[in-house]
Design a binder for this molecule. Structure first.
Ligand SMILES: Nc1nc(=O)c2c([nH]1)NC[C@@H]1CN(c3ccc(C(=O)N[C@@H](CCC(=O)O)C(=O)O)cc3)C=[N+]21
Length: 273
């Protein structure tokens, strides 16, 4: 079975729209971008559409890619203080002369809809209520939407990044899964993936998960976004797996659309409906 991420995203968006219908004021999201990288532009177009379609206000702030760190921090300050703004997103990656860590620390944690601030990361780590990073949140949202009970399941996460692998492992442990995190130094990854009920890919290598690494009972969630010959592909050998495994998310149309939709849920986290 191929998992339809667009359908799951649609449901989330219509639920969000519905919950806003009796609201006096719409929540507002601000995106900040430095420079004009084409893939960032297309991501922000999608974000704008997602926000405005459900009735959120959306503002895009553009700085030049030569803007100083101080300029960016001052802009974030202004948006932190502005009570009409509920969510702030600073588009990554940032130019090399700007410290990503400093920028993330500067965003008010209650407006940190990416969940990248150390306070939110720490809260997640401790199992407290937190803004959670959208990509791992999308993965657990997809599993929930499919009514897959994670309790006691063997889940292999491939990738240990701060944005996906690490926070995802924590969220899955919270749901009582047994989590194995594999990465570039893991020996014999296939031995782990073959024994897993669910394999989650966040490695950034096209075709990484092959048919001989899984079984017919495996559920595959593919977080990979790689460009091959101008086309977007995931980390799984999708064509070989799609008619073999129990379930798999396609790329595009899998985790990506849900990632954008769950961002809306983070905005509502601290918004008085
Ligand atoms: N501060 C920050 N927060 C982010 O969340 C963030 C970021 N910076 N920088 C860039 C990445 C990328 N990202 C995507 C999310 C969804 C799709 C998505 O919906 N993709 C569609 C495909 C769209 C297409 O075909 O081009 C899909 O998978 O179906 C893509 C990319 C969020 N990012």
């Amino acid at each position: 079975m191929i998992i339809d991420g667009r359908e799951i995203a649609k449901k989330i968006k219509s639920d969000v729209k519905e919950s806003l219908s009796s609201c006096l004021r719409a929540p507002k999201v601000v995106a900040i971008i430095l420079g004009d990288n084409p893939s960032s532009e297309s991501y922000l177009k999608m974000l704008e559409k997602t926000c405005t379609n459900v009735g959120f206000d959306y503002e895009l702030c553009r700085l030049s890619d030569t803007a100083s760190e101080m300029e960016l921090l001052a802009l974030i300050d202004e948006k932190n203080k502005d009570d009409s703004i509920n969510g702030i997103l600073v588009q990554m990656p940032l130019p090399a002369h700007i410290s990503q860590e400093k920028v993330l620390m500067h965003i008010d944690p209650v407006k940190d809809i990416d969940g990248f601030h150390p306070l939110n990361a720490g809260r997640l780590f401790k199992g407290e209520k937190a803004m959670r990073p959208c990509t791992p949140l999308a993965v657990v949202t997809i599993l929930d939407a499919l009514s897959i009970d994670l309790k006691g399941k063997n889940i292999v996460v491939i990738g240990r990044s701060n944005i996906v692998g690490k926070p995802l492992a924590i969220m899955l442990m919270q749901r009582h899964a047994t989590v194995t995190v594999c990465h570039s130094r893991t020996q014999n990854i296939a031995q782990h993936t073959k024994a897993a009920d669910i394999v989650i890919l966040a490695v950034g290598k096209p075709g990484f998960l092959k048919k001989d690494m899984v079984t017919e009972e495996t559920i595959v969630i593919d977080v990979g976004t790689n460009e091959v010959d101008g086309k977007l592909v995931g980390d799984a050998d999708f064509d070989a797996l799609k008619d073999y495994v129990k379930m798999i998310t396609p790329v595009p149309g899998g985790v990506g659309p849900v990632t954008n939709a769950v961002l809306l849920l983070n905005v509502l986290e601290h918004f008085e409906l």
